[in-house]
Ligand binder design. Structure first.
Ligand code: SF4
Ligand code: SF4
Length: 239
């Protein structure tokens, strides 16, 4: 019991990493659109994510798996690389019912390889401390405001995903997490895959990445909550 008494007498508050120096390295980064004359050729990309338009080599983030082949040293020209984490994209026309104060989140693994789920689990760690921001995971779709779906939707998970979506109260939001959820990713041609998430249920927020880092996931939750600070960790801290 001594350690318990010591904890009560000398509490240590978890600190939030707030400065740009402490955020550095928390994102693996991703390729950025690059002038064609400096860019890697389209055919180095194994997932056909590179497409040239009007002198710019563009990146289709619903296909990119961040393999870095377009950035490898042996290439004469390379794609630019950006290390940010504001990767969330709104896919519905608007989010009229922002959840300003708190959201309950139900996660459905629709066929994930494990890595996207692992990044989601990191959000509960003291580094990200998502509960501080009013975000909580729930095992029950009936209590959830946000349905987070990872992985391509396998044939055997299609009905379960539809049922989870139907049983949520309104208003509700769906966040598709990871390249597989957005396009099927590296599993898209598998006989076991029914398709990306938006082929089964409507998607409001898309987070690309393979897997997306926790800060990119947090960026998506903050967007759903109607505030999108420069640093997704900024927010409510109990003094
Ligand atoms: S990082 Fe890999 S998947 Fe993404 S655009 Fe470059 S080569 Fe393609
Ligand atoms: S997007 Fe990448 S990390 Fe996520 S489930 Fe697909 S293969 Fe795994």
């Amino acid at each position: 019991m001594l350690w318990f008494r010591k904890g009560l007498d000398q509490p240590v508050r978890t600190l939030t990493p707030k400065t740009s120096s402490t955020l550095h390295g928390l994102s693996p980064g991703r390729p950025a659109p690059t002038p064609s004359r400096d860019a890697a050729p389209e055919d180095v990309c194994p997932t056909h994510a590179l497409k040239e338009h009007d002198g710019v080599m563009d990146v289709d983030y619903t296909q990119c798996i961040q393999c870095r082949l377009c950035r490898q040293q042996s290439l004469k020209n390379k794609m630019n690389w950006e290390e940010g984490f504001h990767w969330a994209q709104m896919t519905s026309t608007s989010l009229p019912d922002a959840f300003h104060h708190s959201v309950h989140v139900r996660v459905v693994d629709a066929g994930d390889c494990g890595a996207c789920l692992n990044e989601l689990h990191q959000l509960a760690s003291p580094v990200y401390s998502l509960h501080r921001l009013g975000i909580a995971f729930t095992p029950a779709p009936r209590e959830a405001d946000v349905l987070v779906v990872t992985g391509p939707v396998t044939v055997s998970m299609k009905e379960t995903l539809e049922e989870a979506f139907q049983s949520m109260p309104t208003p509700k939001r769906v966040m598709a997490v990871g390249t597989c959820a957005l396009s099927g990713g590296i599993f898209s041609s598998s006989f076991a895959v029914a398709g990306p998430v938006d082929r089964v249920i409507p998607v409001d927020i898309a987070i690309p990445g393979c897997p997306p880092p926790p800060l990119a996931l947090l960026d998506g939750f903050r967007l759903i909550m109607g505030a999108r600070p420069e640093n997704p960790l900024d927010g409510r801290v109990r003094k």
